[in-house]
Design a protein around this ligand. Structure first.
Ligand code: SAH
Ligand code: SF4
Ligand code: F3S
Length: 492
């Protein structure tokens, strides 16, 4: 980290330092977290408003922040206007994600002008970028506190400092510290939970900022993960999603052989009803993981396996470590072994220098794999990453056209894939009334399809059989299968 000699409360991030990787095993510490003196009553009669951007890692971190705030006595506010503390848990993966956050911090500036005691706190991946921190300090005077992804456990103390001192407080570690277990947590959902299995990423895909903002790969102990899953199950949770930037690398830093497969099987044996995991990497994906997915019915037949591009040359320059052919073979193996598997992916168009022919190769791969859906992105240069220094002659309007063409193909296959569910009965974990229409319930099938269905009296958090009557590109329609009580759909 960089210190600012003029201000002891400043510890700025340093992307160059964040790049470093050591071979020393990470340290995992248990039972050390305690609210510092003075923090316990800090939130009495005070409200917080927490806004989360980005991926599931951030969603889970926000649950930790909310847990700490709750322990300090804060209550959640309905709106930003009602809050004493505003927290932005940010994402740095693309510039437009960042601009979105900066826009929102700007839009709420008046709250600080109206009440100088209101605290603006910025955390997450943007806080790990030195240039962003400097931008925040120079152009966003409403910001009081900036903290990073590696020192979440320090948030109560930093907040205390910012609130009492009225000084700008910036503490961002460039290097990951210890894995701190047993932090407070306030879960957003009682029946679906995220469980971190590892932090960080060592892959360094040339376009990606995540290895810099999240540090090196650090796995949690299998015993800690299993204890969390068991406890969630006991509390009535029905679905866990195991989280990591590259879950297939789980356990490498703990010298476990085939660690992810082992962990996945152990989680399946807990008997929790549904297990998902996110995100997988094609390079590390092992045959044994496919076998375990096939063997245990409580491991859901849905896989998100980002491919990024169908061109070997682009994949090489992205440093993805596999070829399009390898991905096709993985696809063939999985489709053959796991009946009904739904496959989704991530794709980037307009990587520096991507030619029309290379883009066509991506379209060909999409036709081969017939993805159920995909997140598609226009490449966004990220400061400090190798790709940002690569020559790029592709004009933005061409990149936008490619995105549109790709999206049309993704929509086509989404629609085509969904037709096969017509007339079938899927097991759906109900989330309650759909957002758009209170008479319609919605939930996710085992294949992770969003299903909107008719039927009365199904509480959120129950698994029910739903007969599919309509198939759109991104969602399915259905009706509660006749004669079934809500509990009848459970598989275990
Ligand atoms: N660890 C996961 C997800 C990382 S971020 C993985 O490797 O799959 C999620 C997605 O954002 C990536 O899969 C990639 O498609 C996209 N992405 C990452 N960096 C990007 C960039 N600089 N520009 C555009 N898309 C990017
Ligand atoms: Fe980024 Fe690649 Fe790591 Fe995913 S695997 S987080 S895309 S560096
Ligand atoms: Fe964004 Fe950080 Fe996740 S950059 S995608 S919030 S790891």
């Amino acid at each position: 980290m960089k210190r600012d000699d003029n201000n002891p409360n400043f510890q700025l991030p340093d992307l160059q330092a964040a790049k470093l990787r050591t071979r020393q095993p990470g340290r995992i510490v248990h039972g050390v977290f305690e609210l510092p003196e003075g923090c316990r009553n800090l939130g009495q009669n005070r409200f917080y408003w927490l806004r989360t951007y980005g991926c599931q890692a951030n969603v889970r971190d926000s649950e930790t922040l909310a847990g700490m705030l709750q322990d300090m006595g804060f209550q959640p506010a309905e709106t930003a206007e009602d809050a004493d503390v505003l927290i932005f848990n940010t994402c740095a993966v693309r510039r437009n994600a960042e601009e979105h956050v900066l826009g929102e911090i700007g839009n709420l500036k008046h709250l600080k002008q109206e009440n100088p005691d209101v605290i603006f706190a910025i955390g997450g991946c943007m806080a790990q970028e030195e240039s962003v921190v400097r931008e925040l300090l120079e152009k966003y005077p409403q910001v009081d506190l900036i903290f990073g992804t590696h020192n979440l456990h320090r948030f109560p103390e930093l907040l205390y400092h910012a609130m009492l001192s009225h000084e700008k407080t910036v503490e961002v570690y460039s290097e990951e510290g210890e894995v701190v277990e047993d932090l407070p947590v306030r879960r957003t959902c009682a029946y679906k939970s995220f469980v971190n299995i590892m932090y960080g990423c060592n892959k360094f895909c040339t376009y990606c900022i995540v290895p810099y903002t999240r540090g090196r790969e650090r796995s949690r102990l299998e015993a800690d993960i299993l204890a969390e899953v068991e406890q969630l199950k006991k509390q009535g949770c029905r679905e866990v999603t195991l989280l990591g930037q590259n879950v297939n690398a789980y356990g490498k830093d703990l010298d476990m052989a085939d660690g992810f497969t082992h962990l996945l099987e152990a989680c399946a044996l807990t008997g929790i009803e549904r297990i998902r995991f996110y995100t997988s990497h094609p390079r590390d994906y092992s045959e044994t993981t496919i076998d375990v997915m096939r063997q245990y019915p409580n491991i859901m037949p849905a896989l998100h396996l980002p491919v990024q591009s169908g061109s070997d040359e682009i994949l090489r320059r992205m440093a993805r470590g596999y070829t399009a052919e390898h991905y096709r073979q993985l696809y063939d193996a999985m489709k053959a072994k796991i009946p009904g598997l739904a496959l989704t992916t991530d794709l980037i168009v307009g990587f520096p220098g991507e030619t029309d022919a290379q883009f066509e190769e991506t379209l060909d791969l999409v036709d081969y794999c017939r993805f159920d859906s995909a997140f598609t992105f226009v490449y966004s240069p990220r400061e400090g990453t190798p790709a940002a220094a690569m020559a790029d002659g592709v004009p933005m309007h061409v990149k936008q056209q490619r995105l549109q063409q790709l999206n049309e193909k993704i929509t086509y296959w989404g629609h085509a894939n969904n037709q096969k569910y017509l007339g079938r009965t899927l097991q759906v974990l109900c989330d309650g009334p759909s957002r758009k229409n209170a008479d319609i319930l919605s939930g996710y099938s085992e294949e992770n399809k969003l299903v909107n269905f008719t039927g009365a009296g199904v509480p959120a958090g129950t698994i029910v059989p739903v007969r599919i009557t309509g198939a759109k590109s991104y969602t399915l329609d259905g009706e509660l299968a006749a004669g079934n009580c809500p509990a009848a759909g459970n598989r275990l």
